[in-house]
Unconditional design. Sequence first.
Length: 239
Amino acid sequence: MTSAKLQEEIASFQTLWEGGFRCGYSQERNQKGVETFVKTNLCSPHSTWLEIGCGGGQWSKAIYPRVAKLYAVDILSATYNKFWEYVGGDATDKIEYLHVKDFNLSGVPDNSIDFVFSYDVFCHISLSGQKEYMKSLKRVMKPGAIAFIMYADIEKYVMNGGSNLNTIIDEYRVTPHDMDKFVSTIVRESDGPSWPGRWYFVGIENFVKITEDAGFTIIQRDIDIDKITPITMFANWKK
């Protein structure tokens, strides 16, 4: 059962990004570097992938030709996202699009996934929502499966010149003059109320903790390709 708080969080996405969110490629973020890393180092022609938050299909389009099967999961429908228009009808033999209503990954078979990918999604999900996803990932990932997940960390964002800092200051009503207080205030609010498009700065320490608490092993805390947000890689095995 998804809590009322998480239901409210899910509802906040319903009017966003009509036509399908695609982050594009920016110098600030280095998405091109992320894409090259994924295609070169992670894709395998015999692997089954799960993409959480596929949106308009930017990453799906890059991944699916290089893998055996891709489960593309999103809180919004394929029609709303114009997913197939962007990815192409030929992808239907490899991609199964799942329009979900919660964080349970309903429709993804148990013990079926070799690799999990998510970019520009967990940054919009609270700490509680991320914990729910970890439970679901434990169910669907095969032993030895690997996950590659991007989320938000306020220290990395500030120290590397994230361009929306003024928006964050307005939303959280705190200034970075005292950096320790600024960071602690924003991280403390990582389970706070939702609003459309909100970034939850869960932070690397919290993300690593919930990942390990769910029974996963951290491979790399931050692969440090994206310039302003962390990407953690972890595996479904125990040390």
